[in-house]
Design a protein around this ligand. Structure first.
Ligand SMILES: Nc1ncnc2c1ncn2[C@@H]1O[C@H](COP(=O)(O)OP(=O)(O)O)[C@@H](O)[C@H]1O
Ligand SMILES: Cc1cn([C@H]2C[C@H](O)[C@@H](COP(=O)(O)O)O2)c(=O)[nH]c1=O
Ligand SMILES: [Zn+2]
Length: 185
C-alpha cells in the first residue's frame, strides 16, 4: 500500500487561445515554486523553436529555462528529486503525455501543463482534452479579440495553410471572440 505522501501530487492545466497568457501564467506558478525552494523541472516539445531553442518564452519575452524533449516519456527520465514539473505547448506532445502526468502526480509531483485547447479550426488539440479530463484544476484564460476587444477563445489563422501544426505568432494568427471568429474574414 502506498503512503499518502507518495500520492500527494496533482495535475493543473492552463489552457486557452494564443496570446491568452498561458505561458505567463505557467512561468508565474513555476517562479513561485522556485521561490519556495522546490525542485522544479520545465519541459517543452523539441519542435517548438519559435522564440528560443531551449527556453520557454512568452509573447512578452518573459522566459524561463527548459529542457526540450522529443517524446513525453523523456519527462519521466529526469530528476528523481523533482517536486514540480512544468510543461509548455502541451498540444504538440504525443498521446502518452496524460499517462506521463498521472505517473508523476501519483509519485507526489505537482504537474503544471499549459497548452492550446483548440487548433485554428476550433477542434480540440492533441492531448489537451485528455489532460483537462484528468486534471485536479483547469484554468481557461482568454486573450483580447483583436477585432472587437471582447474576450477571445479562438486562434484565427490569417494565412492559407491547412496543416494542423504551423508555428507562428502575430503574422499568422490572431485571437478572436466567438462572433468575430465566425463572421469576419
Ligand atoms: N490580443 C491580445 N490579447 C491578450 N494579450 C495579448 C494580445 N496580443 C498580445 N498580447 C500579449 O501577450 C501576452 C501573453 O503572452 P503569452 O503568455 O505568451 O500567451 P500564450 O502563451 O497564451 O500564447 C499578454 O500579456 C500580452 O502582453
Ligand atoms: C492555433 C494553432 C497554433 N499553432 C501554433 C502556433 C504557435 O507556434 C503555437 C501556439 O503558441 P502559443 O504559446 O499558444 O501562442 O501553436 C499550430 O501549430 N496550429 C494551430 O492550429
Ligand atoms: Zn470579437
Amino acid at each position: 500500500m502506498k503512503r499518502k505522501s507518495e500520492l500527494g501530487g496533482s495535475i493543473e492545466v492552463i489552457c486557452g487561445s494564443m496570446f491568452s497568457g498561458k505561458t505567463e501564467e505557467l512561468i508565474r506558478r513555476l517562479r513561485r515554486a522556485e521561490i519556495a525552494k522546490l525542485q522544479v523541472e520545465i519541459f517543452k516539445p523539441k519542435t517548438d523553436t519559435r522564440y528560443d531553442e531551449v527556453a520557454v518564452v512568452s509573447h512578452d519575452l518573459n522566459s524561463i529555462p527548459s529542457t526540450p524533449v522529443d517524446h513525453s516519456s523523456a519527462i519521466l527520465l529526469y530528476g528523481s528529486n523533482t517536486q514540480v514539473v512544468g510543461i509548455d505547448e502541451a498540444q504538440f506532445f504525443d498521446d502518452e503525455l496524460p499517462d506521463v502526468c498521472v505517473k508523476l502526480a501519483n509519485k507526489g509531483v505537482r504537474v503544471i501543463v499549459a497548452g492550446l485547447d483548440m487548433d485554428f479550426t476550433g477542434k480540440p488539440f492533441g492531448p489537451m482534452p485528455a489532460l483537462m479530463a484528468i486534471a485536479e484544476e483547469v484554468t481557461k484564460v482568454q486573450a483580447v479579440c483583436v477585432r472587437c476587444g471582447g474576450p477571445a477563445l479562438y486562434s484565427y489563422r490569417l494565412i492559407e495553410n491547412t496543416n494542423k501544426v504551423l508555428l507562428g505568432e502575430k503574422e499568422s494568427y490572431e485571437p478572436r471572440c466567438r462572433v468575430c471568429y465566425h463572421t469576419s474574414e
